[in-house]
Ligand binder design. Structure first.
Ligand code: NAP
Length: 278
């Protein structure tokens, strides 16, 4: 039976620590301010944006909301970002993704000042992560590291296998695990003999976007299994990329879905906002 890593409790602990820090900084006259930009009214994006604003309110971070029409031009969006870059009262800028097809997501991300890029997606922050410099780190992978650390799981010298190489999860998760002195293997859709790779993992991070794709056959006895995936099943319930029922008895630690990695993403976004004013 695996120890279940409680992402809800750990994220709450982080938010409470940040709340205390925000109160202390407020007394010193400093308040963090996050600008959240949403383009269009995609219901899933609205839920994410609302949750981010709620977390800001809980901690004591100011949030500014910009709701733009689906038809807004790329230039109008870039111009808003440039204004916010130049606004000294704003510490963090977040553009909720995905954006409508007529807007170049890459250009938008690169227009955000790296010093205010609390999502950690700007090339300068990605570069800093990979060269050991200071910068914002993508929130979901940063949350994974916190889950491991706060569960007392050591990483140095461990073999970590990451399934997935996306810019927002797989690659930064691998870079962070390397920074934590793990030996890292990255797998993707062209990897041959995936099972052979994953069975060598002491720590298996799964971010492949395939519901329940990883069952017990892919997992070494006693491995730590971190499931990043999140999917809504036909019965309305959520599941991850890991087949929890089959893997849980074999793992030493496992993150559930929901309640594992998911809640950590917002907690780490809040951490990035606070670090912008430290
Ligand atoms: P993504 O951009 O679709 O990337 C998926 C990665 O998995 C790709 O690198 C892909 O390889 C690889 N892959 C797909 N099928 C594979 C297979 N059969 N064997 C090996 N590798 C395979 O997804 P993402 O944005 O990284 O997200 C991954 C999952 O995490 C999704 O379920 C997403 O909803 C979830 N997510 C959760 C949070 C959270 O807060 N909990 C945050 C972000 C994402 P190629 O590169 O070769 O195509």
């Amino acid at each position: 039976m695996a120890h279940i890593i409680d992402g809800k409790a750990i994220s709450q602990q982080i938010k409470d620590e940040l709340k205390e820090e925000a109160a202390r900084l407020k007394e010193a006259g400093k308040t963090a301010c996050l600008a959240v930009i949403q383009v269009g009214k995609d219901p899933a994006s609205s839920v994410y944006v609302n949750n981010k604003k709620k977390a800001c309110a809980y901690i004591g971070i100011e949030s500014l909301s910009y709701e733009l029409e689906e038809t807004v031009s790329e230039e109008e969006l870039l111009s808003l970002i440039r204004d916010l870059n130049g606004n000294p009262a704003v510490n963090g800028i977040l553009v909720q993704l995905p954006l409508p097809a007529h807007i170049d997501e890459f250009k938008v991300i690169q227009t955000i000042s790296p010093e205010k890029d609390v999502d950690g997606f700007h090339e300068k922050n990605v570069g800093a992560l990979n060269t050991g410099g200071k910068g914002f780190v993508s929130c979901t992978p940063a949350g994974i590291i916190q889950l491991l650390k706060r569960s007392g799981i050591s990483t140095a010298g461990k073999h970590c296998v990451v399934i997935g190489r996306s810019n927002i999860v797989g690659k930064p998760a691998a870079a962070l695990m390397l920074r934590e002195n793990a030996t890292v293997t990255i797998c993707h859709s062209r990897t041959q003999n995936l099972k052979e790779m994953t069975r060598q993992a002491d720590i298996l991070i799964v971010a492949m976007g395939r519901p329940k794709a990883i069952d017990a056959d892919y997992v070494k006895d006693g491995a730590v299994v971190i499931d990043v995936g999140i999917h809504r099943m036909e019965n309305g319930k959520l599941c991850g990329d890991v087949d929890y029922a089959s893997v849980e008895p074999k793992a030493s630690y496992i993150t559930p879905v929901p309640g594992g990695v998911g809640p950590m993403t917002i907690a780490m976004l809040m951490e990035n906002c606070m670090s912008a004013i430290r």
